[in-house]
Design a protein around this ligand. Structure first.
Ligand code: PBG
Length: 344
């Protein structure tokens, strides 16, 4: 039986439409909008990626990411303190490796005293209560800019996985809390989990970059870690084709079976549909990475006065919550946290 929505005569208000349902009533005032709001962003939802560079008391602007600097370890410690004060639960560390330390095999990745490990130790010594996530992939360390080892122009899967396990182990031994493999090699989560278990590092979490796409939006990141100029070819034989989403579910399923504690979709906004499917299908802690190119687009438009940067930032971050994400890796993290705390 259909309800007749035009049954009433609203004679009290001249020219009123005969509407029983008026969705705008719930939006009539700020208090009403707050009352029916479905999703909220809090500082607990944020993971802040930081770029590291060798030296002391050094900050170097990343040209393609206005407002983002490469930091020497002492400066990274200061930013970790800032994160803690802003109640951001976790930071993520990415190194700009000096070109003299890059080689075909990415050997520096497994150096227990590399920049990432130095930063982990320094931060954990002063602020043991902040979470630290470390990326696992060889691209900051290889002369060719790829995430894995290469032979005859091909990225070698199993040989790469063996190196990634050693990279994960030096980072975990330095005190990192979350290992985040971003390389997209097959079988790496299982191998890393086994390596951690054998080393007795049972509490180290794995956040798998489970559905990571071959994306144009990583451009500014490659600038930040210094692999943009050296990268030969593309990463399409290991990162996912942007046309696919069933495949993302298969990738996520594998990483969960292999021992991932949390999963991630990357990039962020262009792949919100994938975030939603992953969350609905697996009900796992699910994260999204608002990547460098997404940051750069908003920052550049804001700097040109083409949009309200703060509002675009908050709207984009909230979109991840709406899509079902439990948290977001974002270069906006400190700015967004400051805004959230000033509103609280
Ligand atoms: C390394 C890695 C990349 C990003 C995170 N880890 C770049 C890539 O895969 O080429 C991108 C992050 C960003 O763009 O903000 N494998």
């Amino acid at each position: 039986e259909l309800r007749d929505v035009s049954r009433r005569d609203s004679t009290a208000v001249p020219h009123a439409l005969d509407l029983t349902v008026r969705p705008r009533r719930n939006r009539k005032a700020e208090w009403a909008r707050r009352m029916v709001r479905e999703n909220v962003l809090t500082t607990d939802d944020l993971i802040w990626p930081l770029f590291l560079i060798d030296g002391t008391n050094k900050r170097e602007q990343v040209a393609s990411m206005p407002g983002v600097d490469r930091l020497s370890v002492d400066q990274a410690v200061r930013e970790a303190e800032r994160a803690m004060k802003l109640t951001i639960p976790c930071i993520a560390l990415f190194p700009y490796t000096d070109p003299s330390l890059r080689d075909e095999e990415g050997s520096e990745a497994t150096n227990p005293n590399n920049l990432v490990c130095q930063a982990v130790r320094a931060i954990k010594k002063q602020f043991p209560e902040i979470g630290i996530l470390c990326d696992v992939a060889l691209d900051p360390f290889t002369s060719h800019g790829h995430d894995g080892l290469i032979a005859d122009g091909k990225i070698l899967n199993d040989e790469t996985v063996a190196v990634l396990v050693r990279q994960a182990l030096v980072q975990a031994e330095a005190g990192c809390d979350i290992i985040a493999p971003s390389d997209m090699m097959d079988g790496r989560v299982a191998a890393i989990r086994e390596g951690l278990d054998r080393a007795g590092l049972l509490d180290v979490q794995i956040m798998a970059y489970a559905a990571k796409y071959a994306s144009a939006f990583y451009g500014p990141f490659r600038d930040a870690i210094g692999s943009a100029k050296t990268l030969t070819g593309d990463k399409r034989t290991y990162q996912m084709d942007s046309a696919n989403s069933d495949e993302a579910l298969r990738e996520v399923e594998l990483d969960i079976a292999e021992g991932a504690d949390m999963v991630m979709v990357k990039p962020g906004l262009p792949y919100l549909d994938v975030v939603r499917r992953v969350k609905d299908t697996f009900a796992m802690p699910t994260f999204a990475y608002q990547v460098s190119g997404e940051y750069a687009m908003i920052a550049a438009a804001a700097n040109n006065g083409w949009l309200d940067g703060d509002r675009a930032m908050m709207e984009s971050l909230l979109a991840f919550k709406r899509a079902g994400a439990d948290g977001v890796l974002s270069y906006f993290a400190p700015k967004a946290a400051e805004k959230l705390r000033s509103q609280a």
